[in-house]
Design a protein around this ligand. Sequence first.
Ligand code: ADP
Length: 855
Amino acid sequence: MSFLARRRTKKRLATLLTRSIFLTIAVLSLVVVLQNYQVNRQVVSQEVARSKLQTQSLVQQILNFRLEALEIQQDSYSRNGSLVDAFIAKDTNRLARFFNGIDQATPELAPDFRFITEQSQIVWDDANYQFYGLSMGQLSHISQDMTTGGSWHLSQTPSLLGTRYLMVRRVPIVNMASGEVLGYLHIAVVLNNNFSLMSAVLRGSNADQVLLAVGSEVIASSTKDIDLSHIEWLEESAVDFTVSQYMVSKTDLTISDVPTFLSIYTIQDNKPIVIMVRSHYMWVAVAVVLLFLIAVYGRLWLGKRVSKELVKLMKYTESSVETKGMTRFLGSHIEEFDQIGSSFELSFQRFHEQEKQFADLFNFSLSPMTLWNAQGQLLRSNPAAERSFLVNNESENGDYHLLIEKLGPHIRLCAKGAALKGINISIRDKTYRWNLSPIFIDKGVNNVLAQGQDVTSFVEAEVQSLAARREAEETAKARSEFLAKMSHELRTPLNGILGVSQLLKGKLSDTQDVEHLDVLCNSGEHLLAVLNDILDFSKIEQGKFQIQSVDFRLVELVSAVEKIYTPLCEEKGISFEVFTNLSDETFAHSDQVRLNQILFNLVSNAIKFTHRGSVTVSIMCRKQPTGYYLNVGVEDTGIGIEQERITYIFEPFVQAESTTTREYGGSGLGLAIVHSLVEMLNGEIEIESTIGRGTHLQLSIPIELVESAEQVETNTLVEPASLFARPLNVLLVEDNHTNAFIAKAFCEKYGMDVIWVQDGYNAIEKLKQQNDIDLILMDNQLPNLGGIETTKIIRNDMMLDTPIFACTADGMQDTKRAFLNAGADYVIIKPIKELALNQALIHYKESHLSKNKDF
Ligand code: ADP
């Protein structure tokens, strides 16, 4: 939503707010006015009804009162003695005087006319009836219709002047002395045009006008101003008092509680009420107009206030957005707006701080930072980038064009949404490593931030380190080749020394000669042991050392240690004890050779460094929750090792004292090899030692026990002369004269005919000429054509299956495997020892000659 659109919406909001207020006020006013009108109308109509009721009862009372007054007067004078006397005397003049006297005394109680009857005959009258158009006969009729008693008789009598409505009452004239009824005195009130009655009612009822009507005919009234011919308008006027000029109330008269056809209308001037109603309407109108004006004013005022504050708020946000700087919000008179403004101010403040932090990060970063658009155009770059790419002044843009050219494709790729890391770009003599991050706005990538790092020296270092690694690898290779070679070079003469010594052993008889020969043998053996240690260690270092597990009788470890070291200890004068819990029937699947090597190393060290006391060895097999373990302990009472050197004792070439080599010999590799071997066998080794008191080495190796060994080799020496039934033809391929001499001498002990050739070519030639060769003994390192290559030719090209037993001074497993892969049948490690050769030949006999009946 654009800012303008938002602004418009806010304006509408303000208007809506004020309009709703206006509407609410208007509705409220209307409700109040309506309710007021309703209440007023109800009150007035109730008041009118109440007043009408009052008037009705008043009118009835006035009439009753007037009639009662007439009755009382009539009753009183009807018993008057003068009247009785006059009546008895039939003196009409006296009668007339009597009544005149009464009427003069109380003129307001004088009836309209009187007459006296005696036995239904009118004996006297005052002749007033004639004024009302009545005749004597009509009076007689009226008298006859009347019943005795004091009640009023309402009579409707036609006359010359129209119908007359009379109220007649008769009372008996009684002779008080005799109690005799002499006649009847009648009094009559003519209702037609009875102004005095109307005046009485008018006076008593507080009405403005009074009308007496029979049905719809008005027979008397208190005024002559209004048209009395029709009284329908009176009925109509009675309905809506709010508009009518008069307020009319109708009273249906009763005489002596008997309903009559007479009605009295009282008419009151309705002007005050009409005026009151009108003024009420006027006030309501005034109130509505006032409320309207207030609402309009309120709307304008509120609208102005709200929009003023809104405009203030919007101006503040506009200025904050435009200036991009921090501006203060000066507050609003409306609390909510004030809060909104304050939160805006806080947000702007935070934005500003963040922006500043980002700007600082961008500007003060030591590594080049650049901002790009999605099309790969450079938008901004920080000072570090300028320092890096604007140094070259060849072109206006320095090296930026190179950067754009090289980084552009990556930027466009990154603009598709992928963050790219570690892009190396070389510009002139420098290399920069770039990390590209897409910047997402509204779910799309708008910009790309590229952060670079000058990695020139790092890349150089990388190149150098690569070179150094290659060099180290080369060196390691050279060392391993050197070791292989050295092993060959050292073992060959050693082969000669040990071989000749062994040959000589059986031939010498002079004791001193034998002793000298023993020294020779021992020195050779020692040299061989050191050589083997060095070779083993270098193999371990190169990771070429392998564990080869076989099934064997565990107790053989114990017997080997006992056999070898018991004589040595006896010789040294120290006691030697070996404890074990192993039975003859315990077979294990592990590397017997390496276990022996470990034991021999530890025990020989213990014996070497112990001059008195004892060496105790314990070889136990224990069951633990995780399986069986071989626990070995070698304890001596020898010279011991200093505490600070114990930590390094398993490191290669470490000896406890610098004098050790001089005194005891050794290379310092033994324990390092033991440690590596124990680790390879997943075991652990610990050492405890006290200087001058002795050393205790303990190790624990997990061991797999098996039911029985598949094959247990015996090391028994078979008598050479009796091994083969006939002399074998042996082709010996060996370039070294000493080795050839030794090998030949050993073979001849077995009665073999040895044909000696010095290289592979000659061997092949010999095999072509002679096809009765029984066995080929093939050396490894031969001039012209090597042993492995020669073997391959014999097997693959010449297709000969003559058994080939390879002899190699290179104890490496690889060489052994290469020989066997080329087609050799057996590998003998040099220097050739009598026992090893014996076993090789037994193997030869069992594998190759078993079907031949000659053997
Ligand atoms: P070395 O071939 O010199 O015997 P080792 O690695 O077998 O090499 O032994 C390293 C050194 O540890 C020895 O030179 C010796 O000083 C010390 N050492 C090893 N075993 C014992 C022991 N049982 N008693 C005293 N010193 C020992």
